[in-house]
Design a protein around this ligand. Structure first.
Ligand code: NAP
Length: 251
């Protein structure tokens, strides 16, 4: 039955940036679909854990700004669950400054987390999926700036455009192993990531006026796309970046 293909009972899902925002929304959605969820964060995920039935959520503390964390996260997941089925690369940061003032630090910090760590974790998960001979799902969190240029966010745009390209590249290589690599491009969502933007009255009202759905998105809005791409219902979906944007891109 079709709805059964969306269920994730017995699956182990790893979500980075699980303590808040979209990561928290996806942890809750994956758990509601039946998955065991390992939430990776650099600080407590107590708020996320409180939204999920006891025994279905486990926290892994790691600073994903450090490359050695990729191996550590995979070790912890395997220690806890013995396998992995789904990886959601959600953790991401943004730095805002004019191109002419942009610092090398703001370039490196954003690229290292948003793109390099996403690759290292995907690589570690793919190796494990192949070892398990189980197939698997990798879901990367992209952005409207995987499609558009944006303004005052050069490293963010570079990283998120890279996420979309890398999603296609990895999908091509990994599809023969039964591994689906896809991405979700959220529109303008109410999280810490957009706090500065929402506090800027002019930018905030300009953005709202351009969203056909007439509202900012929420962490709950991304759950359906995440569960779909994590499930057997998406077994023949490869390398695609799905916008969840209230119509922003089509306008
Ligand atoms: P958020 O609330 O700022 O969440 C970002 C998450 O990444 C937080 O859990 C954050 O942890 C974590 N993180 C940052 N640096 C980390 C590090 N070094 N190690 C481990 N975790 C780290 O913003 P969000 O909107 O939910 O962002 C989630 C993803 O969606 C990001 O990739 C973002 O680029 C993307 N996105 C968001 C929007 C939007 O409108 N909100 C639109 C498009 C794409 P801390 O809480 O400790 O900082």
């Amino acid at each position: 039955m079709i709805l059964d293909r969306f269920r994730l009972d017995g699956k182990v899902a790893v979500v980075t940036g699980a303590n808040t925002g979209l990561g928290q929304g996806m942890c809750v959605a994956l758990a509601e679909a039946g998955a065991l969820v390992a939430g990776v964060a650099r600080r407590s995920c107590a708020e996320t854990a409180a939204k999920i039935p006891e025994g279905q959520f486990f926290e892994i503390l790691a600073d994903l700004g450090k490359t050695e964390s990729a191996a550590y996260v995979m070790e912890e997941v395997l220690k806890q669950f013995g396998k992995i089925d789904i990886l959601v690369n959600n953790a991401g940061i943004i730095r805002r400054a004019d191109v002419v003032d942009f610092t090398e630090q703001d370039w490196d910090d954003v690229m290292n987390l948003n793109l390099k760590m996403l690759f290292l974790l995907s690589q570690a998960a793919a190796k494990q999926f192949i070892k398990q001979n189980s197939g698997g799902k990798i879901i990367n969190i992209a952005s409207m700036l995987s499609f558009q240029g944006g303004i005052r966010v050069p490293s963010y745009t570079a990283s998120k455009s890279g996420v979309r390209g890398l999603t296609m590249e990895m999908a091509n290589e990994l599809a023969p192993h039964g591994i689906n690599v896809n991405a979700i491009a959220p529109g303008y969502m109410v999280t810490n990531n957009t706090e500065l933007l929402r506090n800027d009255e002019k930018r905030s009202s300009e953005i709202l006026a351009r969203i056909p759905a007439g509202r900012w998105g929420t962490p709950e809005d991304i759950g359906g796309a995440c569960v779909f791409l994590a499930s057997a219902a998406a077994d023949y979906v490869n390398g695609y970046t799905l916008a969840v944007d209230g119509g922003w891109l089509g306008r």
